[in-house]
Design a protein around this ligand. Structure first.
Ligand SMILES: C[S@@+](CC[C@H](N)C(=O)[O-])C[C@H]1O[C@@H](n2cnc3c(N)ncnc32)[C@H](O)[C@@H]1O
Length: 411
């Protein structure tokens, strides 16, 4: 037992040293003047839809647990400020250098964020909560005991609240652990981070064409993320990856329930199957098995993202058949989506190395054009024509919500 505790403490120290030396992801505050980084989890339309039934509470208490250099935190703080929602946002992290960068980014944007140094394992002891929404993106899989981390977060979740989680996907990270093992052989873990980075930089162009990381198009932090990206992906002293059923078990064992996996379409076998017999067999499976099948078929889900809620949560996601709701875009707009459709009305997407095609109904462009974040579905139906709208809306919504671009709000 003593040896196991010592090994865990040693890994804790290595993880802390890593994020002190290389705050993740590498960001410069001045870039906040020219762009907002948006993504999942924690985009405001996603949270409002999946956790709050399309209607945010009047005041939102938010925790970024292991918020790093601030991508999600800056995005949500900015989106809440733009909407004029009163919010208290707390950023909790072990790494002071990462928090310094996040604080500089917030300052450039004039955003008010509370920074607290400490471990998510101590969140209750720190007396920071309760929180209506908790983001924990890319952190649980670096803990010695991810279940303990999730339990600590759950303990500080307010009734009716929810969380946005991200953990690594086992199948989509094919090749990552081969190269991690290789680097441990070439450069012992207790060597200085700079020396280990030097070895990794030498190894990457030397990887043979058959190496599984080289063949994996779903993982690119080592190619685009600079030193921080290489270290985080290939030199981490503690990370684990989850098959989707193991991630769902982690969530459920913590007494939480899945509101949605993100993007829903990536966990639907039909996205990958063109054969009616296979499609029928897949449709007959239970939700967890369908997600397992989709993950095995796709092979490129390198990160599992989910919105999860507590047992007392009673607000279902908005119903697209309710025409009093207002459809809102996330990370796109009408013009961009119509352009992406092209004249054949087939939405073509490239997702982590996989080209996907989603045919949309004839009336879809007219519906997309009318979505302005203000008009309710019943008004859009009037513009398009009620019969045409009823024919086209369910499929249009299923595709665009399935790729996390379209959500619903209560007016
Ligand atoms: C991979 S980064 C993710 C940062 C951010 N959530 C994002 O997605 O961009 C992991 C972050 O978790 C922090 N971290 C790791 N273990 C932690 C713990 N026990 N408590 C608080 N923060 C932790 C690290 O310092 C680092 O900033």
């Amino acid at each position: 037992m003593k040896n196991a505790d010592d090994a865990a403490a040693r890994r804790d120290a290595l993880v802390a040293r890593h994020y002190e030396a290389l705050p993740y992801p590498a960001r410069a505050a001045r870039d906040e003047k020219i762009r907002l980084i948006e993504g999942s989890p924690s985009a405001l339309p996603e949270i409002e839809h999946w956790i709050f039934g399309g209607h945010l509470p009047a005041r939102l208490r938010v925790l970024f647990a292991g918020g790093g250099t601030g991508d999600g935190c800056i995005m949500l703080a900015q989106q809440l400020a733009d909407r004029g929602v009163e919010a208290q946002i707390t950023h909790l992290d072990l790494s002071a250098p990462a928090q310094k960068i996040a604080a500089e980014r917030a300052a450039v944007r004039g955003l008010d964020i509370r920074f607290v140094g400490g471990s998510i394992l101590d969140v209750e002891k720190l007396g920071l909560g309760p929180f209506d929404y908790i983001d924990c993106c890319g952190v649980l899989h670096h803990l010695e005991d991810p279940a303990a981390g999730l339990a600590a977060l759950r303990g500080t979740l307010a009734p009716g609240g929810g969380m946005g989680l991200m953990v690594y996907g086992q199948i989509g990270r094919s090749g990552v652990y081969d190269v991690q093992d290789a680097l441990r052989l070439l450069s012992p873990e207790d060597e200085a981070p700079a020396a280990r980075l030097g070895i990794a930089r030498r190894l990457l162009p030397n990887l043979p064409a058959t190496n599984r990381l080289r063949r994996n198009e779903a993982v690119n932090d080592h190619l685009v993320g600079g030193d921080a990206g290489i270290f985080d992906l290939l030199l981490h002293s503690r990370d684990r990856a989850y098959a989707i059923e193991d991630f769902v078990a982690l969530v459920e064992d913590a007494g939480l329930g899945l509101a949605s996996l993100i993007d829903p379409a990536r966990y639907a076998p039909e996205t990958y199957l063109n054969d009616p017999t296979l499609g029928r067999a897949a449709a007959a499976l239970r939700p967890r098995e369908r997600a397992m099948l989709a993950e095995r078929l796709a092979g490129n889900i390198a990160r599992h993202i989910a919105y999860v809620v507590g047992p007392d949560h009673q607000t279902p996601p908005p119903d697209p058949a309710d025409h009093s709701l207002v459809p809102v875009w996330s990370r796109t707009g009408s013009g961009e989506m119509i352009a992406a459709l092209g004249s054949d009305r087939v939405l073509k997407l490239s997702l982590d190395g996989l080209s996907l095609r989603f045919p949309l109904p004839q009336q879809a462009p007219a519906i997309l054009k009318a979505i302005d974040g203000k008009a309710a579905l019943r008004e859009i139906a009037r513009v398009v024509g009620p019969a045409a709208f009823d024919r086209a809306w369910p499929q249009t919504y299923a595709v665009l919500n399935g790729i996390s671009r379209l959500f619903l709000r209560r007016p």
